[in-house]
Each structure stands twice: as structure tokens, then as C-alpha cells.
Design a binder for this molecule. Structure first.
Ligand SMILES: [Zn+2]
Length: 371
């Protein structure tokens, strides 16, 4: 059973921030092009963070339809995002040359970043005013999505924060380094999972698939274990629990993980195998896990993997073009991290080949074997 507060998370999160990447009238397929678009996007994002910092607890309760606000968690999130944005801008500014309007000089602190972003707004070329308006709207809506999660944490746990150092979300990745992840599969034979695997192979990309034990077991009734292992060739398979339930409230959450771990280790060889391989990673459904679960995960030798780039591809209000726009924009703003998709839906399969092509050599894709 979901509690009321968990139900609100699901209902409210149907409202999703959308953006139109085409208003930025230049390519992003090289490091220099990517850096320029990234500098501009980070400055707009910094202004959105500043704008949303003025929200009071009662503003948030009304806007996010929640009953309590964890101000400590919100302050922590703002500070983290501003510090990351400063670092990201500094990385992006390494390629600054000439009198580029996206280059605001050396930034030494987050206060500097906010001050320069404020002054920089007059540098935006008039033909990019539609781009600015659209991105301003998106970054504010995106910030609200994140603030809502921060306000509810840890009463409702999520990807917004970690409980210990055995949990990670991609914030620590190197600049322009990204990892693909897919949740909730596998689908039935010849379903969306098969399509995603074919698409990744064709694009020479690797990903971590966080599978549900129940789905994997169902698939095993139709095929043998070696065929299933070969299906995930060159990819990594990890644990999403036996069923798609919150692992924060479920009495059998430990069994759910152990059972899936046993099934996966029976089917798949260890990490680095050329067939699909088992990666000792767990991703909690909805990002929800217990605050004190560290000892269990250490004992099972599992790391808890969250994400920092949410495609929202499960949401029926967004199509594949929406998630392409959203992910390209978030990648410019965040500059590194873990992308979340779902191989039980067809949208990533349509969006990703375009995303790979648009970014081309501008970013580096983390191989799942080298995690
Ligand atoms: Zn899931």
C-alpha cells in the first residue's frame, strides 16, 4: 500500500518540465559548441536557482501540494546545485576565446556566479530571446521538481540525496562523462527491451539494466539462461528488486533484493564478461529505500545507484521528442552523470539515436564494465 504522501509524489510528478532545444540555433556536436551552449544554459539555471531560493515554506506547501517542508534538506540541495553549477561553468569556460557573449570572466565563488549571471542577461543576443524565455521557464519548473523531492526527503526518500557513501547518483562523474541506465525490464520476448538492446549495439553504447526479478523469471519460462545472457551481450544487468514496490516501506525488501541477486548470479557471469554480465548494483524502485539500509547493502556487496538526469520517459504526458529536448538540456546544465530511462517504454529507443548524433564527440559515454 502506498501512503498518501507517496501517492502525491506520483500524482504531482506527472507535471513535467518541457523545453525546446531548437531555440538554441547552433549545433552541440563538438566540445567547443557543447561548452558554449552549456555556459549559457548554466547561467540561466543559476538564475532559476536564485529565483526559487525566494520560495518560503508556505509557498512550497501550496505549490507542491505537500504538508511538510524539510528546510535543511532544501538548503543542502541549493548549496550543492550552486556549487556544482560553479564547477560546471568553470569546466565549460576552459574553451572561452575572444569576446564570446557566454563568457563572463573568472568565477571564484557561487556568489560570483549569481552576480555575473545577473549582469550577463543584457549580453544575450536579441535573436535568442525566445531561447532565454523558454529555458528560464524550463529551469524554474525543473528546479521545482527537484525542490519538491528535497522538501519531502527523507520522509520520502528519492534520488535527491544520499544516505551514505555506498550510494551514488552520478554527481561525482568526471566532466562530460555520462552513463546510460534502463529500469523495469525485461519485457516479454521481442518487446521494447530487445529493441533497446539492438539500438545500443548499433550505436556501440553500453548501459546498466536494472531488472525486476519477477520480469526476468517470466522471460526465463520462454527461453533458456544462456540465451538470456547472450541477449544482454556487452551490457550490464543489475538489481531493481523482485517487484516494483517501494523498498522503504516493504516488509520483505531484503528478500526482494536477495532473491533477484541469486537469480541474476545464476544466469549471468560476473562483471566484464562479453555476454551480458551481472553488476553488483541495486537501484530502488522510485529511488525509495530505508535510511538505515547501509549495513545490509555492504553485507550483500551491493552499491545503491540512483540518478541525476531523469528523462521522465514513463510519463504519458511526454513523447520521445520531449525527452530528447529535456535530456539534451539537462546534459548541458549538469555536464556529467547518470541518465535514467525505462526499457519497458518505447521512447528512449526513439530519442537516443538522435541524442547520440546531436552530441557526437562532445561527450564521453561511460562503459558499464568500467564502473
Ligand atoms: Zn522502476
Amino acid at each position: 500500500m502506498l501512503t498518501l504522501i507517496e501517492l502525491w509524489v506520483i500524482v504531482w510528478s506527472k507535471v513535467v518540465a518541457k523545453v525546446n532545444r531548437q531555440l538554441w540555433q547552433a549545433p552541440i556536436n563538438t566540445t567547443d559548441y557543447f561548452d558554449k551552449a552549456s555556459r549559457a544554459a548554466i547561467l540561466v539555471y543559476a538564475l532559476a536557482l536564485q529565483d526559487r531560493q525566494t520560495l518560503s515554506d508556505s509557498d512550497m506547501k501550496a505549490a507542491f501540494k505537500i504538508k511538510t517542508v524539510n528546510r535543511v534538506s532544501i538548503t543542502k540541495w541549493f548549496n550543492k546545485e550552486l556549487a556544482l553549477s560553479l564547477l560546471n561553468y568553470q569546466h565549460a569556460a576552459k574553451s572561452c576565446a575572444g569576446d564570446d557573449w557566454t563568457c563572463v570572466g573568472t568565477l571564484n565563488s557561487t556568489a560570483d556566479l549569481l552576480k555575473q549571471a545577473e549582469a550577463w542577461q543584457t549580453n544575450i543576443p536579441p535573436d535568442l530571446s525566445a531561447w532565454r524565455d523558454n529555458l528560464q521557464q524550463f529551469t524554474r519548473a525543473y528546479t521545482d521538481e527537484q525542490l519538491r523531492l528535497a522538501a519531502l526527503f527523507p520522509t520520502v526518500s528519492s534520488e535527491i540525496d544520499t544516505f551514505n557513501t555506498n550510494e551514488w547518483n552520478g554527481d561525482h562523474f568526471a566532466d562530460r562523462q555520462f552513463l546510460l541506465t534502463f529500469d523495469d525490464g525485461p519485457t516479454k520476448t521481442q518487446g521494447h527491451t530487445d529493441d533497446v538492446l539492438t539500438m545500443l549495439a548499433a550505436n556501440q553504447k553500453s548501459a546498466v539494466f536494472f531488472v525486476l526479478g519477477d520480469n526476468l523469471q517470466n522471460r526465463l519460462t520462454k527461453t533458456d539462461a544462456p540465451t538470456l545472457a547472450a541477449l544482454y551481450k556487452n551490457q550490464c544487468v543489475a538489481i531493481h528488486g523482485w517487484e516494483h514496490q517501494s523498498h522503504a516501506k516493504w516488509a520483505n525488501w531484503q528478500d526482494s533484493i536477495k532473491r533477484t541477486q541469486t537469480l541474476l548470479t545464476t544466469i549471468l557471469p560476473k562483471q566484464d564478461a562479453p555476454t551480458g554480465s551481472f553488476s553488483p548494483l541495486f537501484r530502488p524502485p522510485y529511488g525509495q529505500r530505508k535510511a538505515d539500509s547501509d549495513a545490509f547493502f555492504q553485507q550483500q556487496q551491493l552499491q545503491v545507484v540512483l540518478w541525476n538526469l531523469d528523462s521522465q520517459d514513463w510519463n504519458n504526458q511526454v513523447n520521445s521528442d520531449d525527452i530528447l529536448n529535456r535530456m539534451l538540456t539537462l546534459m548541458l546544465i549538469k555536464r556529467h552523470g547518470v541518465l535514467l530511462f525505462h526499457d519497458v517504454h518505447p521512447k528512449a529507443n526513439a530519442a537516443l539515436p538522435i541524442l547520440f548524433n546531436e552530441l557526437d564527440t562532445a561527450v564521453k559515454w561511460q562503459h558499464c564494465h568500467q564502473l
